[in-house]
Design a protein around this ligand. Structure first.
Ligand SMILES: Cc1cc2nc3c(=O)[nH]c(=O)nc-3n(C[C@H](O)[C@H](O)[C@H](O)COP(=O)(O)OP(=O)(O)OC[C@H]3O[C@@H](n4cnc5c(N)ncnc54)[C@H](O)[C@@H]3O)c2cc1C
Length: 272
């Protein structure tokens, strides 16, 4: 059996977490552990200290702040999906959270862990990018357009902690995805947000470089917000993932389908 020793810490403040982080050679922040623990089990990560962020008040809670909503990084998918504030302000975001995996995962996985990990198939990155959210850390405010940096890569620096996400409230938004029937991760998912005449489309699960904005669709939808405005539009199949779930051509077509569906079903998540 494979074993190795590491220490576990539960700081009560961001300052305490940062101090602990500086005391070890290879520490790692821990949120729900849904990605980190399997990664450790597979020997792909061997932190010498786990610094659990879930008891830090600054990383918790969901609140409305003027024309934005703020969601703490340690908020579970279940809390986001059932929040009256999120359901009222951005119902598609609540519905997206409720569409992640299964109840066990939703009660433990967190928005901060998901967005810090930036799995190319995760659901939240599409919403964060489409809504143009700010990623608020202990050091700075990172606009979504500057945050995602390719597969499992972000603008976060070593030891930087996401405290909360600040989402502008759109006029409307919708999410649609086709998921893997085994894992429930999207094979392709599209989050479409409308802010007046400006439309932003965040696509996950499909891009070989991770989550991306589909700018051609944004231009078409900004001129005419209807599924018909997307007729004939496809993202470049060469830039899509090819894997067991489908070829690049299949995924490019699927991106067009889920984006049209998201336009037609604003205010919810359409999951197949
Ligand atoms: C069976 C299963 C099915 C799943 N299905 C889906 C799905 O359908 N869709 C989907 O989107 N996701 C899915 N997930 C992912 C899951 O929902 C979690 O969001 C994801 O695994 C991140 O887990 P976590 O929040 O527990 O973070 P952790 O695993 O604790 O952390 C992940 C990474 O983020 C870092 N981190 C955590 N919090 C912060 C922070 N505040 N600041 C800086 N860095 C931080 C950690 O150091 C670590 O590197 C699935 C997971 C499992 C186990």
């Amino acid at each position: 059996m494979y074993t190795y020793e590491f220490s576990y810490h539960k700081p009560k403040s961001v300052e305490e977490a940062l101090t602990l982080f500086g005391e070890f050679d290879a520490p790692s922040f821990l949120s729900g552990g849904h990605t980190l623990i399997p990664t450790m089990k597979n020997r792909l990560a061997m932190p010498d200290a786990l610094i659990d962020l879930r008891s830090i008040p600054d990383l918790q809670g969901i609140r409305r702040n003027g024309d934005r909503i703020e969601i703490g990084a340690a908020t579970t998918h279940y809390e986001t999906s059932t929040s009256d504030i999120v359901r009222e302000a951005i119902p598609a975001l609540a519905a997206l959270a409720g569409s992640i995996a299964d109840p066990q995962v939703r009660h433990v996985g967190t928005m901060g862990g998901s967005v810090a990990n930036n799995d190319p198939s995760a659901d939240y990155p599409s919403a964060v990018l489409s809504l143009g959210a700010d990623v608020v850390t202990n050091q700075r405010v990172i606009p979504a357009d500057e945050y995602f940096d390719g597969l499992f890569t972000t603008a976060l620096e070593e030891g930087e902690i996401i405290q909360h996400f600040s989402f502008p409230i759109p006029e409307s938004a919708g999410y649609a995805k086709l998921c893997s029937q085994a894992s429930r991760y999207p094979v392709a998912g599209s989050f479409v947000s409308k802010f007046g005449d400006t439309v932003r489309v965040g696509v996950t699960g499909a891009g070989s470089d991770g989550v991306f904005r589909w700018t051609e669709a944004e231009e078409a939808l900004s001129a005419d917000f209807s599924a018909g405005a997307l007729a004939g539009l496809l993202p470049d199949a060469e830039e899509m993932i090819t894997d067991l779930n489908g070829s690049g051509e299949y995924r490019a077509n699927l991106v067009a389908v889920v984006t049209r569906t998201a336009v037609e079903h604003q205010g919810t998540a359409n999951v197949r």
